[in-house]
Design a protein around this ligand. Structure first.
Ligand SMILES: Nc1ncnc2c1ncn2[C@@H]1O[C@H](COP(=O)(O)OP(=O)(O)OP(=O)(O)O)[C@@H](O)[C@H]1O
Ligand SMILES: [Mg+2]
Length: 308
């Protein structure tokens, strides 16, 4: 199976209102509740592709129970470790004009809970072909928490993908993951440059981040597609044209395709075309981070790949 890790899982709540007005009460005609967090989103996309997947991570309290129940309802296999503190909710109020987000701070994880997760993760690695570590770290965990998991995956000879930001990304890279997938902003921060706006800048920044580490790097550049700097070569893969839609979660779809590519040892150009096609399908989908397989098949055919 492909194992996804979400240490700061969330209950994503979306309220749909006709027009949001600050300072007034609103009746909410429709709302959605979904299990969320980046690793959960990766698991959902892989499940949609028919790939065997297990979502793990940390959940707690009443929201933790809801996260589990919602994943079971979607038939996404999961095996989370319980914590005492309550998992966070993310609340989005969506109206015709846009979306307003309210992010709860999330739980604080106790040292004994982290130790329990490390044991659980080690056991799950025995049945995993690839591990995916995605998203923010909850309070209470050291910045090198992902680094610790990466070392365990390497000991178990399980390829591991990291999609993280800031200090968690830098500490993770130092542990030598198989692949990291920053977006343009995360890449710029990690490389210590102001912005990464084009393909040459992405290659320059990627080589700074990879220097001295045995890590392939795939940078996602929004509508400009992806740049891969790997031990096997460098490529730029791009959609035929930028799509209008909802780019939230497109990065998670990209990671899902890369994880599948590693699991099946697909050639790099195939992996990258899958990643661009699948993330474009996520942008085209009305529901953030979900994909239609018909869109994927259609958009995948239009991807252009250039070796650099
Ligand atoms: N407007 C768009 N049109 C077509 N493809 C897009 C568009 N926006 C994003 N993509 C595809 O999705 C991929 C990931 O997007 P992006 O770089 O924004 O990821 P991200 O910031 O990590 O997203 P998130 O973390 O919210 O899931 C891009 O590499 C690209 O292939
Ligand atoms: Mg991202």
């Amino acid at each position: 199976v492909i194992l996804t890790v979400t240490l700061n899982a969330a209950l994503d709540v979306t309220y749909h209102v006709p027009a949001l007005q600050v300072g007034t009460a609103h009746r909410v005609p429709t709302m959605d509740e979904r299990a969320g967090g980046k690793g959960v989103n990766v698991a959902r996309v892989l499940h949609a592709l028919g790939e065997p997947v297990v979502a793990t991570g940390l959940v707690g309290g009443s929201t933790g129970s809801e996260i589990r129940a919602l994943l079971s309802g979607e038939q996404v296999r999961h095996s989370f470790v319980d914590i005492t503190a309550r998992s966070r909710r993310t609340v989005v109020v969506a109206d015709g004009a846009g979306a307003t987000g309210l992010w709860e701070p999330g739980p604080t994880v106790a040292p004994s809970e982290w130790a329990a997760f490390v044991r659980h993760f080690t056991a799950l690695l025995k049945v995993s072909q690839v591990a995916v570590l995605s998203g923010s770290l909850p309070l209470g965990l050291a910045p090198d928490a992902y680094g610790q998991l990466i070392l365990l995956a390497r000991q178990a000879e399980v390829p591991v993908i990291l999609d993280a930001d800031g200090p968690a990304l830098l500490a993770g890279v130092a542990a030598g993951p198989t692949l990291v997938k920053p977006n343009a902003h995360e890449l710029a921060t990690a490389a210590g440059v102001d912005t990464v706006t084009d393909v040459p800048a992405a290659i320059g920044a990627a080589e700074v981040v990879r220097a001295g580490h045995s890590t392939d790097l795939v940078a996602s550049l929004g509508p400009n597609g992806i740049v891969a700097c790997t031990s096997a070569g460098r490529w730029h893969a791009a959609p035929a044209e930028p799509l209008t839609g909802n780019p939230t979660g497109a990065g998670d779809a990209c990671v899902a395709a890369l994880a599948r590519g590693i699991a099946y040892r697909l050639p790099w150009p195939v992996r990258l075309a899958d990643a661009v096609g699948l993330s474009a399908a996520a942008v085209a989908s009305p529901v953030a981070g979900s994909v239609s397989l018909a869109d994927f098949a259609r958009l995948r055919r239009t991807v252009t790949i250039r070796e650099l």
